[in-house]
Design a protein around this ligand. Sequence first.
Ligand code: AGP
Length: 370
Amino acid sequence: VTAEKGGFDHFMLKEIHEQPKAYRDTMLGRINEDGKGVHFTDLNLTKEQIKNIRNIQIVACGTAYHAGLVGRNIIESLAKIPVETDVASEYRYRSPIIAKDTLVIVVSQSGETADTLAALREAQANGAHVIAVTNVVGSSIARDANDVIATLAGPEIAVASTKAYTSQLIAFYLLGLYMAEIRETKTTEEIAHILAAMDSLPEQVEQVLTQAPIIKEYAEHIAQHKHLFFIGRGVDYAVVQEGSLKLKEISYIHSEAYAAGELKHGTLALIEEGIPVIALATQEDVLEKTLSNIKEVKARGAEVMVVSYEERREELMKSVDKVLSIPRTLPLLTPALSVVVLQLLAYYASLALEHDVDKPRNLAKSVTVE
Ligand code: AGP
C-alpha cells in the first residue's frame, strides 16, 4: 500500500506533491513552441463560435465548482466574456437562461457526478455547446459533452480533491488565453508574458511544498479550535472557499469562507477572542482594503494568519500574528500557488486530529446520485 502511495503516508499528500507534474502535463502540447500562444487542436468549438460567445456558464459541484469560481475571474479578465458560475444541483432547477451564443463549461474530476451530468444535459437540451473539463476522458460527462478539455492530473484517489482542482485551474488559464487571442482582448506580448509566468508555476509549487513543516505547525495549532474563518477578496475569495471546504471535509473543523468586505454585514458578530482567521492577501490592488478588514477582526480579538508574498512579511507582521508566504507570480495566477498552502493546512489538521485523511466520514469520491 505504501508503494501505491509512492512512499507518502496518504494518497492526499502524494497527490498534493504530484501537482507540479500535473501542471506540466496539463500545459504540455497546448502551448505554442514559441511560447506566444495556446492551441486546442481537439476543440470542436470553432474560432468563429468563440468570437460570437455572448456569455459563459460554468457548472460543477464542490471543489470543481470552486475551480469554476476562479475560472470566472480568469475568463472575464482575459477574454472579457461575462461568466456566471453555478453549483450543478442549483443550475438545473433555476431555469437558467441559455441563449444561442451561450457557452456552458462543466467541470468534473470524475466525469461521473450525477448533478453535473444532469446539468450538462439540461444545457444541451436548451441548445448550448458544452465543454467538459474533466480528468477522466472515458467518463459519462466526457462522452456526452460536445467538447472535452482533459486535465492530465492522473488518477486521484483521496476523497479530498487537490491535483484535479489545480489542473482545472491550468485548463481555465489555457482556455482563457486561447479565447483572449481569438477575441483580441490581449496582445501577443501580454499572452506570452502570462505563459512565461505559468511556466514557472510547477517550480514555485515545489517551493510552497518545502514550507510543509511550518504549515504543519500552524495546522496543529488550529486543530485545537472548533471554528474558524477564512477571508479574501477577488480570486483570493474563490480560493478561501476551496480552503474552507478542504478543511471541513477532512478535519471536521467548522469554518466559513467570507469575502473580506462582507464581514461587517453580519459575520463580525461571530468574531471573538482567540478565534483563528486565515486571510489570503495576494491581490495587491485590494491589499489596503484587505488589511483594513484584518484590523476589524484583530480589534475583536481574532488571531490572524495571512498568506501573502514573502516581501510583505515584515509589513504584515505589524498587524497580524502569522504569515505564510507564496512565491511571486502574476495576480491572476496566485490561486495555483496559494491553494497549495491551504491543502497542506487541511491535511495536517486532519492528521493532528487523527482522522481518516483519505476517506473522510460520510463522503464518497464520486457522487453518482442526485
Ligand atoms: C472535493 O474535495 C470533494 N470531494 C467534492 O467536493 C468533489 O469535488 C465534488 O463531489 C465534485 O466531484 P467531481 O469533480 O468528480 O465532479
